[in-house]
Design a binder for this molecule. Sequence first.
Ligand SMILES: *Cc1c(COP(=O)(O)O)cnc(C)c1O
Length: 416
Amino acid sequence: MTNTKLPFVNKAQLDALCAKFPTPFHLYDARGIAENARRVNAAFAWNKGYREYFAVKATPTPAIMELLRAEGCGMDCSSLTELMLCEKLGIRGEEIMFSSNDTPAEEFALAAKLGAIINFDDISHIPYYIEHVGPIPETVCCRFNPGGKFSIANRIMDNPGEAKYGMTREQIGEAFRMLKGAGAKRFGIHAFLASNTTSEAYYPELAAQLFRLAVELRRETGADIDFINLSGGVGIPYRPGEPMPDIAVIGEGVKRAFDDILVPAGMGGVRIFTEMGRYMLAPYGCLVTKVLHMKHIYKDYVGVDASACDLMRPAMYGAYHHITVAGKEEAECGRLYDVTGSLCENNDKFAVDRMLPEVNIGDTLVIHDTGAHGRAMGYNYNGRLRSAEVLLMPDGEGRLIRRAETPEDYFATLDF
Ligand SMILES: *Cc1c(COP(=O)(O)O)cnc(C)c1O
């Protein structure tokens, strides 16, 4: 069997990039990101107010945010520094969705100052906001958690009853009345019920549930429902052979639910928002790393110059990330390896029992689908320094968009 899932760069391109930028580094494909964003916007073009709010936590890098903003995306923030990134880029007002939880007052305050749309995660945050920040904005959103299990066609997809997010059905009605009493004029409803799902039925099913809820809440509370935020959760195919969910099919499915439920209720002006991170970025980024050592004990180990500090998903979730050995794309995958980093943690493995072509010291490995929740989840365990980020421009040039950390960065917080 040869490798069927190919990276967006070939060996010659990688050699040129590695001559300029020391490995390891995360590489992003500017053209791929822009083309995908256009497909997303086209899929929801039937809805006049549609907007994708890119989940900044997935890839909090200014050059990436600006690329998406140029395609019309807003930004979904959930922390102080994510809001500050927007502030520095001149992104403000309704271009920002603030979907946080367990939120400190100073973060609400910055969101308010920037004019972001505030998405309340809990009913108790409403009096907290009024006490610590000030008057309720005219446009607000509440996050819903239906509890129980979330299933599509009798298949359980996720377990909202165990999730810390959102308000119960009773609370969201009460929250709308409370917010209305405090001066809110336009309301949004948000829910995130399944993570990394490649099912094209996810958004349509979630949308149908939220559309029915919107009709009920308007009837119960008289609230003017301005938008429905489908949040994130749309997955990508990490494994070879899995299909990429077709966003056009997903958009059509949401439209059907919209036409069935909201239009007959006289709510055809409701805007649809999404907050995708993974679907917008994951396939358009990869981690480029070189082989430092080959070790043969009870198993065969490929030791690379990246570690879980650069990409935590395999260590944290046992997540699969495909690996290509540059220049050996056509070679037989006849060898069984564990691909490891250098952390003193045995879970620092990018792959366990992976069939690859024969690997040699100095080979360049491409770890796929790291564009979202990759560099962003990095950490500094073992004093490891996090890697650089490079943007592959449409003309083939690599642009450094974040330098690698240095020992000075690591020591900057210490008191000697
Ligand atoms: C993480 C997150 C997202 C993005 O999720 P993806 O699975 O990357 O699409 C969107 N909204 C909120 C509130 C999140 O926490």
